[in-house]
Design a protein around this ligand. Structure first.
Ligand code: SF4
Length: 498
């Protein structure tokens, strides 16, 4: 298999994190008015390369890549050579390279599921924010295709980070309203976005058009004022951070506060009520008639007040609990002393079945959120009457599976704290602990180096250095040597974290 490469940049510093080898692939379906590389647009041309040859080139420069760097495919539109790109990424990933593609989202979707899971960083070029301007700028009525690409990223198995870029042309999108539309447009990918950049339009590619004998459609348009572009980049980043924060708060709310069911009228819950409760629970539907009385003797219906604990971390697996009425939260206390809620259980839910089956102590804390009525089944009764029940076993397994999926989703949500959030979070933590108010801002005298700062916040040294640089450019902080950071805009940092 061969792909067609327009050119190669061996030590690229702007096309993805770190130092990278950039392969500019030939061909692009768009005709952006400001395109600096019109010679990459034609599908014909370029040098033929096999994926193995791409790997050979990458190998030559590997020692320069450091922790963050690697290989980038740009263009043109790299997705246009989908089959070749997929083969290159496979071979590079097998060898442990960090990968990046710089795309506008115009390729053959049939290759996306092969390509996107292998991409660590996706640089997404956002051309315009509505159909008409998109068509005017690119000469292709492709806004819908573009939106579909955004929407399909997650489903295609993409798990990397996204850098969003927009080239700002004077008179087109150089205003705050356009920036708000820009951020709204990329809402489907918010949780993956690590960086938003505004690139000011410049005219340095015009000569290429003259050489190629092509008309230049932005003739007479002045280069974009860099200062204004930076202001709007800062504004766009703020709008994004605030939007993301609101989105995460909403998710957290959903996780915590599922609406309560109306309380059933308080009943006299003696043994006869307990019997009807057990009978009404699908979980006990195959309990033999002759065992019912015995089970009733052994299980207890406990009234638990809101705030009381049902079990704690480390408790031995001695009971299974079935919630008849009320709500219980399952959580742990994190190392920061914060409560991390995993699940809210309610009427009909049970907990502890798996612990009894596999004999492991409780790892979490169960606490009543409301006054609860809970059926407590001791291990002896469970072993005797339920251990061999297909209905119980199936229910325990299904529930466990559902909970694992739920926990995976939660982990993903937590992991989607991107590098910006982690860096902002770290700075805020430090501000609280060691920050000194000064006239210039909150001064942090650090005892940690970048490496330690990185590991403290779960980031690599290069990433934290890059993020601090970005925050500096956005005017949030000032860096004084390696050991002093001055926070200039606390509010901006706060908008990144919950
Ligand atoms: S997408 Fe990129 S390569 Fe294609 S026309 Fe636009 S600027 Fe040029």
């Amino acid at each position: 298999m061969r792909g067609y490469v327009h050119s190669i940049e061996t030590m690229g510093l702007v096309d993805g994190p770190g130092t990278r080898t950039v392969f500019f692939l030939q061909g692009c379906p768009l005709r952006c008015a400001y395109c600096h590389n019109p010679d990459t647009q034609r599908r014909a041309g370029g040098e033929p390369y096999t994926p193995e040859q791409i790997l050979e080139v990458a190998k030559r420069y590997r020692s320069y890549y450091g922790q963050e760097g690697g290989v980038t495919f740009s263009g043109g539109e790299p997705l246009l050579q989908g089959e070749f790109l997929a083969a290159c990424l496979q071979i590079l990933k097998r060898e442990g390279y960090n990968t990046c593609i710089d795309t506008s989202g115009f390729g053959n979707p049939k290759y996306y599921q092969q390509i996107l899971p292998l991409v660590d960083t996706l640089i997404l070029d956002v051309k315009a924010f509505d159909r008409a301007s998109f068509a005017e700028l690119t000469m292709v009525d492709g806004f819908q295709t573009y939106l579909q690409f955004l929407a399909s990223l997650e489903d295609s198995g993409f798990e990397g980070q996204i850098w969003v870029r927009h080239v700002m042309v004077p008179g087109w999108t150089d205003n705050e309203q356009a920036m708000r539309r820009f951020i709204e447009l990329i809402r489907p990918i918010w949780t993956r976005v690590d960086r938003i950049e505004i690139l000011p339009y410049h005219t340095s590619g015009v000569q290429k058009y003259e050489r190629l004998g092509l008309p230049y459609r932005l003739e007479g348009v002045e280069p974009m004022d860099k200062g204004r572009a930076k202001e709007l980049e800062i504004y766009a980043n703020k709008v994004f951070a605030e939007g993301l924060k609101a989105q995460r708060q909403e998710q957290a709310e959903k996780l915590r506060g599922q609406p309560e069911k109306p309380e059933a009228a308080a009943a006299d819950l003696g043994k006869s009520a307990l019997l009807s409760i057990l009978r009404g629970q699908p979980l006990f539907s195959d309990l033999a008639e002759e065992d019912v009385q015995d089970v009733l003797e052994q299980v207890v219906l406990a009234d638990i007040k809101a705030g009381e604990y049902i079990f704690k971390t480390g408790d031995p697996p001695e009971f299974m609990y079935l919630i008849y009425q009320g709500q219980m939260k399952i959580f742990i206390n994190t190392m920061d002393g914060e409560e991390q809620i995993f699940y809210i259980y309610r009427d009909g839910d049970f907990v502890g079945g798996l612990n009894l089956l596999v004999q492991t102590p409780y790892r979490y804390i169960g606490q009543a959120l409301t006054d609860c009525k809970v059926v407590v089944i001791p291990k002896a009764a469970f072993d005797r009457y339920f251990y061999d029940s297909p209905v119980v076993l199936r229910s325990v397994l299904v529930k466990s599976f559902e909970r694992i999926r739920w926990a995976e989703d939660l982990i993903q949500r937590l992991a989607t704290s991107n590098a910006s959030m982690k860096t902002a979070g770290l700075l805020l933590k430090l501000a609280k602990r060691i920050g000194v108010e000064t006239e210039e801002g909150i001064r942090l005298e650090l005892s940690m180096n970048r490496e330690e700062l990185g590991s403290y916040s779960g980031l690599r040294r290069e990433t934290i250095t890059r993020k601090l640089g970005e925050f500096k450019e956005l005017g949030y902080i000032e860096l004084v040597g390696n050991k002093v950071i001055i926070i200039k805009d606390l509010e901006a940092l706060e908008s990144y974290v919950l």
